[in-house]
Design a protein around this ligand. Structure first.
Ligand SMILES: NC(=O)N[C@@H](CC(=O)O)C(=O)O
Ligand SMILES: [Zn+2]
Ligand SMILES: [Zn+2]
Length: 344
């Protein structure tokens, strides 16, 4: 196969950041993706519909002329989020749902949730109004090993949450373990998951063997190969519960290559090409459109795109750095080759 066309894909988990960086991040994603769920972990976080709509305007101002790109805004769930805010979110079509960050779990999560059970009336309202809850699924207790944090969160927080609120529409974001795959498969059609390119293409050896590799460091952290293989099978399985969410998460080179480096892989400059690389390695290129263009839209209740994106077999090298207003950034897969390129 030399060329593949698919409906214009969507990115169901994306960090664009804010201000001057939008001039870099928005065109990079809008070039390929038609819609994207915009993560609200700014400082301060995007907690209200009004803040989300103002942020959306700043994003739209950077969409290149002639390109249609729909940012779907996620609101940051805090301990103070009210039922009223859930109703306001339900009434605003440009707001897609709420993002639950356990406080301290990841980048800019300090304002996140410290007591999930105390928000039960808010989750009940989400279930009632069918507003999706998007979850960073890791516990944060110091005594829990970083490689176990997703599994422990599923067992101690998510399963009980779904028992209390069985109608909740839930997306477990950037899954990394066989435990997450089993959890999602065990639930009804109201529960789904996104999978990043790095968790499909890499495991923890790629983080640590031959030297520490800060540009492969993200949260939840890459897991062992056995987990990677289960994610890989899920992504090509044809199950509509697993779909594309890059979790492209830009940080300046100086913040990644540091004694205490930030978590996040900036994959947007090569996102669709990375997924194509993975699907080709799995001999499953025929499943790419389902994963990238169909299943996410179906889950969230959006029409599948009528536009087309074409990939051509063509060896190219991901740039070593991308210059931005806040300094150089090293994209995920920097200086490495990919076999598929997007036809302009
Ligand atoms: N994935 C990451 O490692 N980082 C994300 C936050 C997140 O998605 O957890 C970021 O905002 O940098
Ligand atoms: Zn996260
Ligand atoms: Zn993320």
């Amino acid at each position: 196969m030399q060329q593949i066309s698919l409906p214009r894909p969507d990115d169901w988990h994306l960090h664009l950041r804010d201000d001057e960086l939008l001039a870099t991040t928005v065109p990079a994603s809008a070039k390929v993706f038609g819609r994207a769920v915009i993560m609200p972990n700014l400082v301060p976080p995007v907690t209200s519909v009004a803040q989300a709509m103002a942020y959306r305007d700043r994003i739209l101002a950077e969409v290149p002329a002639g390109v249609s790109f729909q940012p779907l805004m996620a609101l940051y769930l805090t301990q103070e989020t009210s039922v009223e805010t859930v109703k306001a979110a339900a009434a605003e079509s440009e707001v897609i749902g709420f993002k639950l960050y356990p406080s301290g779990a990841t980048t800019n999560s300090a304002a996140g949730v410290t007591d999930i059970e105390a928000l039960d009336s808010v989750f009940a309202a989400m279930a009632e109004h069918q507003v999706p809850l998007l979850v960073h699924g890791e516990v944060t207790a110091a005594e829990i090993d970083i490689f176990d944090r997703e599994k422990v969160f599923i067992d101690t927080k998510l399963r009980p949450l779904m028992v209390r609120h069985p109608k909740l529409r839930l997306v477990l974001e950037h899954i990394t373990t066989s435990d997450a795959v089993s959890f999602v498969e065990s639930m009804g059609p109201n529960v789904a998951a996104t999978i990043t390119p790095q968790h499909l293409l890499m495991n923890r050896n790629d983080l640590l063997i031959g030297g520490i590799r800060p540009h492969n460091y993200c949260l939840p952290i890459l897991k062992r190969r056995e987990h990677q293989q289960v994610l890989q099978k899920a992504a090509v399985s044809g199950s509509p519960k697993f779909f594309l969410g890059t979790d492209s998460a830009p940080h300046a080179q100086s913040k990644k290559e540091a004694a205490c480096g930030c978590a996040g892989c900036y994959s947007a400059p090569a996102a669709l090409q990375l997924y194509a690389e993975f699907f080709e390695r799995m001999e499953a290129l025929d499943k790419l459109a389902d994963f990238a263009s169909h299943f996410g839209a179906d889950f969230y209740g959006y029409p599948r795109s009528s536009e087309t994106v074409t990939l051509r077999r063509e060896s190219w090298q991901v740039p070593g750095t991308v210059n931005t207003a806040v300094g150089p950034m090293v994209p995920y897969w920097a200086n490495e080759k990919l076999n598929w390129q997007v036809v302009e």
